[in-house]
Design a protein. Structure first.
Length: 71
C-alpha cells in the first residue's frame, strides 16, 4: 500500500480499447450490411436508396425486414 501509484492507463484504459474495438467492428458490420442490401435491392429493381437508409438507421432489424419483404 505504501508504494501504490495511480495508473490512468490501467484497467479503464484496457476497457476503453475493448469498447472502441467493439464499436468499430459493429460499425463495419453495419456498413457492410447496408451496402449488401443496396446492391441486392438494385439488382432486384427495388428502391435501393430507401432500403439503404432503412438499414443504416435500424441496423439488423432493417436487414431482417428487407429479407422478408424482398421479391
Amino acid at each position: 500500500m505504501l508504494f501504490m501509484t495511480y495508473d490512468p492507463t490501467g484497467m479503464l484504459g484496457g476497457l476503453l480499447i475493448i469498447y472502441v474495438v467493439v464499436l468499430v467492428v459493429a460499425l463495419i458490420i453495419s456498413l457492410a450490411l447496408a451496402i449488401w442490401v443496396y446492391k441486392d435491392a438494385k439488382k432486384r429493381d427495388m428502391n435501393a436508396a430507401v432500403w439503404l437508409l432503412i438499414v443504416l438507421v435500424t441496423g439488423c432489424l432493417g436487414c431482417i425486414i428487407y429479407l422478408v419483404v424482398r421479391d
